[in-house]
Design a protein around this ligand. Sequence first.
Ligand code: MBD
Ligand code: FE
Length: 281
Amino acid sequence: MSAEIEATAADSGAKATERFRSDKSSALAVSADRVSRLASRAINALVETVLEEKVTYEEYNALKTWLIQVGETGEWPLFLDVWLEHAVEEVANSGRAGSKGTIEGPYYVPGSPVLESPATLPMREDEPGTPLVFQGKVTSVAGTALAGASIEIWHADDLGFYSQFAPNIPEWNLRATALTDSEGFFRIHTVQPGPYQIPTDGACGQLIEAAGWHAWRPAHLHLKIAAADHQLITTQLYFTADKHLGDDIASAVKPELVLDPQDKADGTGREVTYDFVLATA
Ligand code: MBD
Ligand code: FE
């Protein structure tokens, strides 16, 4: 049995919750006016739902039971990033010039190993999956090549599991920070990620099951592109013909973010080029 099959929703949930607490927790940064306005609107949306849908005590108690379980299994980061972050990202990046962004999701870890381009992501000797060469150029919106730009990349393995969130995977597996060369070029050797399934044994999986939805995200690479004096881009890249491109459970696919890798002439896997354009800060 593959070690990754021992992955549990509660284990990855606890890790994602811990990660969020140490990197991003900021409850005190929102003013009382905004808290009052936003909390009122969100509560009112629930109240309206109850009144319009004539929600029963049975349904109300099912909700309470479920909400308690989301916290107990540490799945708030997963729940929020799957069903809400896309809207926050839309607001944050509306009107920004340059390449498209999309959501970060719950599995980013800062501080990955820094590698010069061409870079090979840390991976196991027998890492499963189709080898993929991902390359391109980073420029400003004015077309200037950005040397020394950083490309943080993290992605699931061939089975859809992320290092540091699923058990028995080396710490920085399929995670690194590659730097562009003097002409802004990067080349990263990795393997194609598998599609990601929301854990079926946690509260989010239970919701999906109870609602009759599917639990899948299309296979994707996560990226953060940064350069001095430019706006950071957090994004994801997907793969053409993936069966969940049109119904990503996290609503995070955009047409500009779909790759079409080609077989390499030497038969050693696939390759694809994607260029990033950064807006000035
Ligand atoms: C993921 O891998 C992911 O990228 C998002 C956004 C949510 C859950 C799992
Ligand atoms: Fe992901």
